[in-house]
Design a protein around this ligand. Structure first.
Ligand SMILES: Nc1ncnc2c1ncn2[C@@H]1O[C@H](COP(=O)(O)OP(=O)(O)OP(=O)(O)O)[C@@H](O)[C@H]1O
Ligand SMILES: [Mg+2]
Length: 317
C-alpha cells in the first residue's frame, strides 16, 4: 500500500510530512513517516496506544522539532515560516490548554485576540460557536465548573475561532458521551464543508470509517497503511463473516458441517469466518434443515476497518 502519493500536484497538498523521525533517548517514537494530506480532505490518523500519533501531531504543528525530516504546510517549510503557518492552523491537542479560571466566552475571545481578529469579528464568531457547540447558556460560567465534554467543546471553539484552513485534532471525542461526540463531529463536518482540511487522530475506528476520506494507520512509529477506508477494508476481504443464531442454540463444536474457515461462539451467536459468504449461508441453511434447527437470524458481515486495523497492528506492544 502506498505510503506517499507523489502523483498529487503540490497545489493540492495542504500538508506534507517527509521522512519524519523522532527519538526520545534510545526509543524511536516516530520513524521515517511520510504522507500527504490533500486540500479539503478529512485525513484520519489511526494507531494503538503508544504508536506515535501525538508525537507526529506535535511535529506537524511545530511544537516538537523532528530529529529528521521536514513538514510543509501549503508548500512552505513549517519551521522556516512557523508563525505564518500557525496562523492558518487550528489545534486541539491531546491535553486541553484552555484556561479554567476564565469563562467559555472569555477563552474564545482571548484566542480570537491572539489570532489578531477584530472586535466585531470576535463577537460574531464567539456567539456563533457558543451556540453551535451547545455552550451558550453556560457561556459566562468559569470553565472550572464545566464537565469534560463541555471543556472539550470550549477547546474546539478556541481552535476554530479564526476559521483555520487546516485543523488538527488529537482524539477529540475520547471519553465523551454521545451528545458531545455528535456536536463535535457535526462541527468538524461543517468546517470541512467550508473547505477546511482536517487531520484527525482517533482510536475510534467507526468514527474514522464514517468521517475520513483517507486513513493512515501507524504502528510502532511507522506508517503501515494509507488508503481510503473502503480500500483498506477490501485489502482484508478474507475476513468476511456470517453470523447465525439457531434455536435451540448450539455450540461451535456442533456446527462443524457448515462451510467456513473457522467458527467462534459470541454469546448466542455463531460467527463463521469465510472466504465465500454465499457458500456459508447456503451451507448454514441446509445444516439447520438437516439438524431440525430454526434460524433466528443469519447475517453476512463485510470486512470492517476494525479487521484491517487489527491485522495491520498485530504485535504492537
Ligand atoms: N516526551 C516524551 N519523552 C519520552 N518518551 C516519549 C515522550 N513523548 C512520547 N514518548 C514515547 O513515544 C512513544 C509514542 O508516544 P505518543 O504519545 O506519540 O503515542 P500515541 O500514539 O499518541 O499514543 P496514545 O494513543 O496513547 O495517545 C511512546 O512510547 C511514548 O512513551
Ligand atoms: Mg496520543
Amino acid at each position: 500500500m502506498a505510503q506517499e502519493d507523489k502523483s498529487a500536484p503540490v497545489a493540492d497538498v495542504a500538508l506534507r510530512a517527509s521522512h519524519l523521525t523522532k527519538r526520545f533517548g534510545t526509543r524511536t517514537a516516530v520513524r521515517d513517516v511520510s504522507f500527504d494530506v490533500y486540500r479539503g480532505e478529512i485525513f484520519g490518523f489511526l494507531g494503538p496506544n503508544g504508536a506515535g500519533k501525538t508525537t507526529t501531531v506535535r511535529m506537524l504543528t511545530g511544537i516538537l522539532t523532528p530529529d529528521e525530516g521536514t513538514v510543509s504546510v501549503n508548500g512552505l517549510d513549517l519551521f522556516s515560516s512557523l508563525v505564518q503557518a500557525k496562523m492558518r492552523m487550528g489545534v486541539i491537542p491531546e491535553v486541553g490548554t484552555i484556561y479554567v479560571d476564565l469563562s467559555a466566552q472569555q477563552n474564545i475571545e482571548l484566542t480570537g485576540r491572539f489570532y489578531g481578529m477584530g472586535k466585531e469579528g470576535i463577537r460574531r464568531r464567539s456567539e456563533e460557536l457558543l451556540r453551535e457547540l451547545g455552550l451558550y447558556e453556560r457561556r459566562n460560567d468559569l470553565v472550572r465548573t464545566y464537565s469534560k465534554g463541555m471543556r472539550q467543546r470550549v477547546s474546539i471553539a478556541c481552535a476554530i475561532v479564526h476559521e483555520p484552513s487546516l485543523l488538527f485534532m488529537d482524539e477529540p471525542t475520547e471519553g465523551l458521551d454521545v451528545q458531545s461526540r455528535r456536536l463535535i463531529i457535526a462541527t468538524v463536518r461543517r468546517m470541512n464543508m467550508h473547505g477546511c482540511t482536517v487531520f484527525l487522530t482517533t482510536h475510534n475506528i467507526e468514527e474514522a470509517n464514517d468521517l475520513c476520506d483517507r486513513v493512515c494507520i501507524i504502528n510502532n512509529g511507522a506508517v503501515v497503511a494509507l488508503d481510503r477506508p473502503g480500500a483498506l477494508k477490501c485489502a482484508f476481504d478474507s475476513t468476511q463473516s456470517v453470523e447465525a443464531v439457531f434455536e435451540p442454540a448450539i455450540g461451535a463444536d456442533k456446527a462443524g458441517d457448515v462451510y467456513c474457515i473457522k467458527v467462534d461462539e459470541r454469546g448466542d451467536r455463531l460467527v463463521f469466518q469465510t472466504d465465500d459468504p454465499d457458500a456459508t449461508v447456503r451451507s448454514a441453511v441446509s445444516f439447520a434443515q438437516e439438524s431440525g434447527l430454526r434460524i433466528v437470524s443469519l447475517v453476512t458481515c463485510g470486512p470492517s476497518l476494525e479487521d484491517a486495523f487489527v491485522a495491520l497492528t498485530e504485535g504492537s506492544p
